[in-house]
Design a protein around this ligand. Structure first.
Ligand SMILES: C[S@@+](CC[C@H](N)C(=O)[O-])C[C@H]1O[C@@H](n2cnc3c(N)ncnc32)[C@H](O)[C@@H]1O
Ligand code: SF4
Length: 402
């Protein structure tokens, strides 16, 4: 479900309050590729298999890139000449690497032609390990991609089966080696912990396999049982148990211990990097509240305190684009207090911590209690969660805010 919001203008025009922030704020692009070969039972992302799209020709993979490029044109018109060079691009999904490498290359060229890319631009694509070859990776590097993130999830066959992942164990590790040989500067693996039937030893096996592949970035997410998914239905029918909070906490601690032992540090609660350069700058841009335009069905955007989100279905998206109107479904213009609360929620998750000066007087008076309970420390006037604090981050943010 998309949030409600207020109507977004068909022209895509932004309020002056948003446009005023364009020139001085780093700018990123997200491009959503809403296609997957099969749907994993736990996933409720906005993605479609060929069967789910049926005969909707306008929504097909073949015509998708032209629609995405048309939205880039719209973005360029709306943002005007003051928009800075693009600092990060993230092509996510879905499964971006279901598109031919040449299409993914055409996308980078289109971005470069319309906006220009910063000399050190980070250009990431997500990929399912079975959806790309070594040769395809070389072509992506030639087209300018600097970073690739593979969905590995687990190294343990019975866990992959519960997750409906179709790659064979071992393929993600091989894909990391191919990506490094192809010349990607940064390679990341996504892992999931807490899958029903996964033991602590299984999770340790996965962490060891991921580390042995030698990526420079790992994202590890606790399995969320999203309502309406096949996984949720199986849990509801009692076929599978709900992930257990204590088990999830043990697995988080194990991850931090194992990854920390290999020199990886968590720079955000679910993201570990081998060094500062290996941090995903695109995600950091989200967490710091910079500007980004999200291209594609269901994609979210944020420019200077105005947030909007596109229509969800690829056929509706394609129809809007072919009519020459903005694909935005609705938007919201955040007030100063909304933006402050958002900063608290996001910055508290970062290892750099939260700037204490943005807290109200009442909120600041709650900090000593967090510190005395060992949940946070104050460093250079920033509030930084400790490891036990990271396990309780959402509750801490709720308790801290007025
Ligand atoms: C939406 S996928 C897109 C990239 C690619 N298709 C893949 O599966 O890796 C990005 C990541 O989101 C995570 N993810 C998706 N659904 C999740 C869920 N219900 N719980 C936890 N993580 C989830 C997975 O780790 C996945 O790698
Ligand atoms: S491959 Fe990725 S995006 Fe596609 S259904 Fe699975 S988790 Fe979701």
């Amino acid at each position: 479900m998309l949030p409600e919001g207020e109507p977004a203008p068909p022209s895509g025009a932004l309020p002056d309050s948003a446009l005023r922030a364009v020139a001085a704020t780093p700018f990123s692009l997200y491009v959503h590729v809403p296609f997957c070969r099969t749907r994993c039972g736990y996933c409720d992302f906005n993605t479609y298999t060929a069967g789910e799209l049926g005969q909707a020709h306008d929504a097909s993979q073949d015509t998708y890139l032209d629609a995405a490029i048309a939205e880039l044109d719209l973005a360029r018109r709306v943002l005007g000449d003051d928009v800075p060079l693009v600092s990060t691009v993230f092509v996510g999904g879905g499964t971006p690497t279901l598109l031919p490498s040449d299409d993914l290359g055409r996308l980078v060229t289109a971005i470069c032609d319309r906006f220009g890319l910063a000399a050190d631009a980070e250009i990431t694509t997500e990929s399912n390990p079975e959806s790309i070859t070594a040769d395809g990776m070389k072509r992506l590097v030639d087209y300018g991609y600097t970073r690739i993130s593979f969905g590995m999830q687990s190294a343990v066959p019975h866990v992959l089966t519960v997750l409906d992942r179709v790659h064979s164990p071992g393929r993600p590790q091989q894909a990391v080696a191919e990506a490094k040989a192809a010349g990607f500067h940064h390679v990341s693996l996504d892992l999931i912990y807490g899958t029903p039937g996964e033991s602590l030893a299984d999770w340790e096996t996965t962490l060891e396999a991921a580390m042995a592949a030698d990526p420079d970035h790992i994202s590890a997410y606790s399995l969320i049982v999203e309502p309406g998914t096949r996984l949720a239905n199986r849990v509801k029918r009692g076929e599978l148990p709900m992930p257990d909070d204590d088990d999830l906490a043990d697995k988080y601690l194990l991850a931090d211990d194992q990854l920390g032992g290999r020199g990886f540090a968590a720079y955000e609660i679910s993201n570990w990097a081998a060094n500062i350069d290996a941090r995903c700058r695109h995600n950091v841009a989200y967490w710091k509240g910079f500007n980004w335009w999200g291209i594609g069905p269901g994609a979210h955007s944020h420019i200077g305190g105005t947030r909007w989100w596109n229509v969800k279905h690829p056929a509706r998206y394609a129809a809007r684009i072919s009519e020459g109107v903005s694909p935005a479904h609705a938007r919201e213009i955040l007030g100063d207090e909304d933006r402050r609360v958002e900063r608290v929620l996001l910055e508290l998750r970062l290892s750099d911590g939260l700037d204490r000066s943005i807290l109200t007087g009442t909120e600041r008076r709650r900090v000593p209690d967090l510190v005395s309970r060992g949940l946070a420390v104050v460093e250079d006037d920033r509030l930084v969660l400790t490891l036990p604090g990271r396990l309780l981050a959402d509750g801490i943010a709720r308790d801290l805010l007025d």
